[in-house]
Design a protein around this ligand. Structure first.
Ligand code: DLL
Length: 431
């Protein structure tokens, strides 16, 4: 099978546009009628559902941001009664930044289909063994690829993350052919496979890697080490999860599932819509979802769109790999982290706001170190006392972030002061 849904994936631009326009009109009416929060946003922008008649009218709609989702947490943007909702998923951010997304069975079906398209595009089919080691639970990675693999009819291994030795053992025993995980975990697994001396025995042929930024060099490294073809996959919880876009055999960007998600590129400062080929923030309008119908949702992800003809035969527009973010969100080992969360913990634990967040990628794995100045009172602590404080801070930060940082408490006034804005984050990862 070359495509999961050829009528859509290879549709003529006219067919696709007509379908999108019809769905957009319906989606706007649905959100306006059923979500008071959204109705109010439209009122403020002085736009009514009747004003949206074609795709060209899309820019008339207001933007939605993560801030709106937080304000409306938990049920404020829900468009259907809870009796119609069958699932929630949530972003990896914990306290303060949590965002939940809701799904009807129809929403889950279209999400699963989006992921099925990605698996087929990576060469998957009924005879494949799809090894999913994205996390399961509230994170969308595991459930999304799991659902996609079921739709394709592949044998699905719901491994979830962690326990590398067991992952490799299953991979060997069950002859996994397609690996789904974050690119950094793929690189880690590759090294472990080589170390265990079992590289010749694995049967992997492809990997579907996403949830964090990765480079072309990293792709080549993983491909060489595992002897596979590595495909990028993109998505975000709010929009459904992985499968918003996916790479094909050409490996030059990700086809957006445009029958469900309309994409625009905007200037993050002026909010002006930019022409195709410009670098800017990607904004999505969900035109098929029922429970959580986000329109013009600002992702903060920076990329470029292109409608250039693709050798795979798909006509779906492509987005480049993610080139950065227009806010300060960091993605560390697949987990979304805001520097403000780290600051909150430090202040709460009695430290001054003199700190630095150091990020690096050592052998393809992200490392996070938080350096914070001690107060004058702590200065007289013993070395043992400082070590105990560091341990305590690691635990508090882990509870807030969901990942464990290294913590170093340094002498008062030893972190360089900047003359302008404080430089809080030093990101040495080469992306
Ligand atoms: O990371 C969904 C996902 C799971 C995508 C598995 C792909 C594979 P969130 O936790 O809500 O959802 O994080 C969404 O992750 O706004 C991007 O900044 C980043 N991101 C996701 N995919 C990619 C990618 C999932 N392929 C945020 N390249 C998004 C770069 C990515 N960044």
């Amino acid at each position: 099978m070359k495509y999961y849904h050829p009528d859509i994936e290879c549709a003529s631009p006219e067919t696709l546009k007509a379908l999108q326009a019809e769905k957009l009109v319906r989606a706007v009416r649905h959100a306006y009628d059923r979500v008071p929060y959204y109705r109010e946003l439209m009122r403020q922008k002085k736009v009514e559902p009747g004003d949206i008649r074609s795709l060209e009218d899309l820019p008339k709609l207001p933007f939605l941001t993560k801030e709106d989702l937080r304000k409306a947490y938990p049920y404020g943007l829900l468009a259907l009664p809870l009796s119609d909702v069958v699932r929630i998923q949530s972003t990896s951010g914990t306290t303060g930044t949590r965002v939940v997304a809701f799904y009807t069975q129809h929403d889950i079906d279209l999400w699963d289909e989006s992921c099925a398209r990605a698996i087929i595009a990576a060469g998957g089919g009924k005879d494949d063994v799809v090894h999913v080691c994205y996390g399961y639970g509230l994170f969308t990675g595991g459930p999304g690829l799991n659902g996609g693999s079921h739709k394709v009819g592949s044998l699905t291994l719901p491994m979830s993350s962690g326990n590398t030795e067991r992952q490799i053992q299953f991979m060997l025993d069950l002859e996994s052919t397609i690996l789904c995980c974050t690119p950094s975990y793929a690189a880690y697994l590759a090294e472990a496979i080589i170390q265990m001396g079992v590289r010749d025995r694995i049967k992997l042929k492809a990997g579907i890697f996403g949830a964090e930024a990765w480079s072309e060099e990293m792709r080549r490294d993983i491909e060489d080490k595992l002897g596979i073809k590595a495909y990028d996959i993109y998505g975000l919880t709010e929009i459904s999860g992985p499968g918003v876009s996916f790479e094909c055999s050409e490996q030059t960007g990700m086809h957006i599932n445009e029958d469900h998600f309309l994409a625009e590129i905007i200037d993050p400062e002026t909010e002006e819509v930019l022409p195709e080929g410009s670098k800017g923030e990607i904004v999505f309008s969900c035109i098929s979802k029922e429970a959580f119908p986000l329109l013009r949702y600002r992702t903060r992800d920076i990329c470029v769109l292109s409608r250039e003809k693709c050798s795979c035969g798909r006509t779906l527009i492509k987005m480049s790999r993610i080139l950065g973010r227009s806010d300060d969100m960091l993605i560390i080992r697949g987990v979304n982290v805001f520097p403000s969360q780290i600051e909150t913990v430090l202040l709460r634990c009695g430290y001054p706001a003199n700190y630095q967040i150091l990020l690096d990628r050592v052998r393809h794995t992200d490392s996070l170190e938080v350096q914070v100045e001690m107060t004058q009172e702590m200065f007289s602590d013993t070395v043992k006392g400082i070590a105990a404080r560091e341990k305590e801070l690691v635990a508090s930060l882990r509870a807030m972030l969901g990942i464990s940082p290294k913590v170093t408490i340094v002498a008062p006034r030893s972190i360089a002061r900047s003359e302008g804005k404080a430089v809080r984050v030093i990101d040495k990862r080469k992306l």
